[in-house]
Design a protein around this ligand. Structure first.
Ligand SMILES: Nc1ncnc2c1ncn2[C@@H]1O[C@H](COP(=O)(O)OP(=O)(O)OP(=O)(O)O)[C@@H](O)[C@H]1O
Ligand SMILES: [Mg+2]
Length: 356
């Protein structure tokens, strides 16, 4: 039995994870890759190194355990150099490195940038592969070809089947070879578990903490630890020429303070991008809103609308319950809708199926 299979069984036996047939079905795929990579290459003097194993494209609905399984795989690879990175963050690094290479006068920047990646890792584990941006769509084909040619094994999680990547995107025909490449170099596997474990973890748990103070903060921290499961990193969203940052992000869960999101001059486009990027958003320290912080309040309304439309799970700490958050000043009437949405977003059935 490989380490990843044993680790999964141990977590089930310890009661940390619930037994799940669909998850158990994925383990052999990860085990196959780990075993293949661990095998010492039987390399004769004249024979070439064996081809690297096919990677894994693990897709399915939200909260099914894709990221959890991938993390378990990465954590049990022994000494094999692996990197687990959010797909979006990786692509930003690639664009930045290509920019530097071009400034040095390199014409074909993909090749040297991919070569640098190949030098440092054997396994790339991407969380949340999705392609929405034309600048990503136009380079991933050649980039991944170079990574595969360099012997890198790619595993990835996604909410979409490969054929739906960059769906309806501009110039999509130029992107199609990438889909063929994925199918060729990776095993495509659907994690068809019936259970949304993220939803399960939140079921019965309050998600709106008021008043502000040590207790609310402690409850927010507990939920964050439970949901994020590992070291968080900032997630930087590039929106046209601007960068908008969610200070902490991990496994689809973002955490930011009201100040981070609403005290800066962000607009509807920024909030839409934030809502697209997270499945759960935790907002700390929503203050009492009034005439004195009208601009912050107005942005907060826009943010909640974006989160509501995208059916994001919201967890927050606030100075008052929704109906009492904004009771005087211009816009109190409009805020009634926000309060009602805040209330609805706390219900157990909220965002039950937001896998789209
Ligand atoms: N078998 C299980 N038993 C208990 N908890 C589980 C199980 N599988 C996953 N979880 C937990 O459920 C939560 C969601 O899992 P995970 O983040 O891996 O889902 P996901 O498939 O990656 O979702 P998304 O597509 O939204 O990123 C995590 O907190 C994870 O630890
Ligand atoms: Mg995930």
């Amino acid at each position: 039995m490989t380490d990843v299979a044993r680790a999964y069984d141990d977590l089930i036996a310890a009661g940390t994870l619930q037994a799940d047939a669909a998850q158990a079905h994925v383990i052999p795929e990860f085990a196959r890759i780990a075993a293949d990579l661990a095998e010492k290459p039987k390399r004769g003097f004249f024979s070439k190194a064996p081809p690297p194993p096919r990677g894994l494209y693990l897709w399915g609905g939200v909260g099914r355990g894709k990221s959890m399984l991938m993390d378990l795989f990465v954590d049990h690879l022994g000494g094999i150099p692996a990197r687990r990175v959010h797909f979006h963050a990786f692509m930003q690094e690639i664009h930045a490195a290509m920019h530097v290479a071009r400034q040095r006068g390199v014409d074909d920047a993909i090749a040297p940038v991919a070569a640098d990646v190949v030098k440092t890792v054997k396994v790339l584990a991407f969380d949340e592969m999705q392609i929405t941006d034309i600048t990503d769509a136009m380079i991933v084909g050649r980039l991944f070809q170079a990574l595969f040619d360099g012997g890198v094994v790619v595993v990835t999680t996604s909410n979409r089947v490969p054929d739906d990547l960059y769906k309806d995107g501009l110039n999509r025909q130029l992107f199609l070879p990438f889909i063929d490449l994925i199918k060729d170099r990776m095993v495509v596997h659907e994690l068809a578990s019936p259970t949304d474990y993220r939803q399960d973890r939140l079921a019965g748990s309050p998600v709106y903490f008021t008043p502000l103070g040590a207790e609310a903060r402690a409850q927010m921290n507990t939920l964050w630890r439970d949901l994020s499961q590992g070291a968080a990193e900032p997630l930087v969203l590039q929106i046209k020429a601007r960068a908008v940052e969610i200070p902490q992000f991990r496994n689809g869960v973002g955490r930011a303070s009201f100040f981070d999101l609403c005290a800066k001059p962000l607009g509807p486009g920024d909030y839409l991008a934030i809502a697209e990027a997270v499945k759960v958003l935790m907002i700390d320290d929503i203050p009492q809103l009034s005439r004195s912080n009208f601009n912050e309040a107005r942005r907060f309304v826009t943010l909640i609308d974006a989160l509501y439309e995208a059916r994001v799970r919201l967890i927050c700490s606030a100075a008052a319950r929704p109906e009492m958050l904004y009771i005087e000043g211009e816009g109190t009437f409009e805020f009634e809708r926000t309060a009602s949405r805040l209330r609805e977003m706390q219900s157990a059935g909220w965002a039950q199926d937001n896998s789209g």
